[in-house]
Write a protein that binds this ligand. Structure first.
Ligand code: F0G
Length: 464
């Protein structure tokens, strides 16, 4: 008899399984990524997604309060007493008509899933509570990640809030925003500033974790993705279990899109969801590996056998030209996404598309999101910029229902926001023009006044 929960290689020619306690996270036989897998037939399942609504009346139980664990029947790998929650996943799906007009959608058709409301200010907490609970199950004392800043902030918060593990975070030198760096430092994480970028840090942290037996919480860890599935459950819940036509998500390491795809495929296979939304992934143009491979070179899941030669040739080309990822959306400044194959699988079943957005498009979209009521960091706004592009191309129709994921909070990265709005020529030049941003098309300029009551009153009358 198989275990109720196990890990399974995603390569259909291998499918090797291993126990839930294994923390190597890549298949020991073929090196592919692994899934957390369940023997659903022997696990208690809801009869319909509506059954989860019963949890709303049990919010005094921390596992029902958590926006991740109130769906625990759909990620049943951890015994309740092992689960560590800090109240993650209390997020909102907000109808955003002003942003819909910018994107080119009819009023009432665009929704923003605001993951900036999480305790550490980004969607990462959804996955971290799951990985962290698994780390506890296997008795880990140290946990590590490479990060563009949000994973590290989330890990640091979980470690400091629970005092169960030491956080070790690898960041590229000068590559993360101050808001995120501040979080890691303030929460006491051992911070390793590597002379390199995220792709270098990701490679090193895997080597270090293996050599020192440190638990790895990057999204290569399939337990983290189990937690991130719940972002989609909450979207469905907010839409009263009616799937939208589109989910649009920024793409970096491609953990989110992989988790979203797994969430939908499982619900469909379990007969809990009739129609699957389409998935759109938006890269920053300066970090567009997935866009290039998927849209330009036609790389596909191909029943689990994606063209590895094409992938190797692409990365070889990047190396030969010394190409490094570069975008104002530092959270997604990634050229070697570890979840590439899982992302291909997600797009395969969910009619996926990939687009890229320039830093100009990202920042203009971000200003519209901010003016529309929800503050996000640049990477998050890639989703809105991408939705606008897909709308212009006619791939998304004006009357389709679209959900853009706002992955991180505005205060994570104020530098880009101030440079965009302030009108200070030097800051604009240093932070934005150097990245090809030409105009702050939707800037909200501060007005300069002398310390004179009459002038102040006059300025306010003119501008308001
Ligand atoms: N948005 C934000 C705000 C992020 O921090 C990230 C990833 C992404 C989008 C991309 O998500 O990797 O699942 O495709 N940040 C990671 C980090 C890499 O280290 O914080 P993905």
């Amino acid at each position: 008899m198989t275990d109720l929960v196990f890990q399974r290689c995603i390569n259909p020619d291998c499918r090797a399984t291993t126990s839930v306690e294994d923390t190597t996270f890549r298949c020991g036989i073929c090196g592919s990524l692994r899934d957390v897998a369940y023997d659903w037939d022997r696990l208690p399942l809801p009869r319909s997604l509506r059954d989860f609504e019963a949890k709303w009346s049990q919010r005094t139980d921390p596992l029902c309060f958590s926006g991740v664990w109130r769906f625990r029947e759909l990620l049943p790998f951890a015994p309740s007493e092992m689960i560590l929650t800090i109240g993650e996943g209390q997020t909102i799906l907000q109808r955003a008509d002003a942003v819909a007009a910018f994107v080119g959608l009819k009023a009432g058709q665009l929704f923003l899933q605001y993951e900036g409301m999480n305790p550490s200010g980004s969607f990462k907490d959804n996955g971290m509570t799951a990985a962290f609970s698994h780390a506890r199950m296997v008795g880990a004392r140290r946990a590590a990640c490479a990060s563009t800043g949000n994973t590290s902030a989330s890990l640091a918060v979980f470690c400091s809030a629970t005092n169960l593990m030491k956080a070790i975070i690898f960041i590229g030198s000068g590559k993360i925003s101050y808001g995120k760096l501040a979080q890691g430092l303030d929460h006491g994480a051992l911070t390793v500033q590597l002379a390199g970028d995220f792709d270098d840090a990701m490679q090193r942290v895997q080597q270090v974790a293996k050599q020192l037996g440190i638990y790895l919480v990057n999204s290569i860890n399939p337990f983290r993705l189990e937690g991130q599935k719940t972002v989609m459950y909450r979207v469905l819940e907010a839409l009263r279990w009616e799937p939208p036509d589109w989910i649009v998500v920024p793409g970096g390491n491609l953990g989110n899109v992989s988790a979203f795809g797994k969430a939908f495929l499982e619900l469909a296979d379990l007969g809990l969801l009739k129609k699957l939304p389409r998935l759109a992934v938006i890269n920053a143009a300066g970090a567009n590996t997935f866009y290039q491979l998927y849209e330009q070179f036609g790389l596909r899941w191909n029943e689990g056998r994606p063209d590895q030669t094409l992938i190797s040739r692409y990365y070889g080309g990047l190396d030969a030209e010394g190409m490094r990822a570069s975008t104002i959306a530092s959270a997604i400044e990634i050229n070697r996404p570890v979840n590439l194959t899982k992302a291909l699988r997600a797009l395969d079943r969910c009619g996926g598309v990939v687009r890229e957005a320039s830093d100009q498009e990202i920042l203009d979209a971000k200003a519209k999101v901010g003016a529309g009521g929800l503050g996000c960091e640049p990477a998050s706004a890639a989703s809105v910029a991408g939705a606008k592009k897909l709308r212009q191309e006619g791939i998304i129709a004006a009357d389709e229902r679209v959900v853009c994921i706002l992955t991180g909070h505005q205060l994570k990265d104020p530098t880009a926001t101030v440079a965009y709005h302030s009108g200070d020529a030097k800051t604009f030049e240093d932070v934005l023009a150097s990245r090809g941003v030409r105009r702050a098309n939707f800037a909200n300029r501060p007005i300069q006044v002398s310390n004179d009551l009459e002038q102040i009153i006059q300025a306010i009358e003119v501008y308001s």
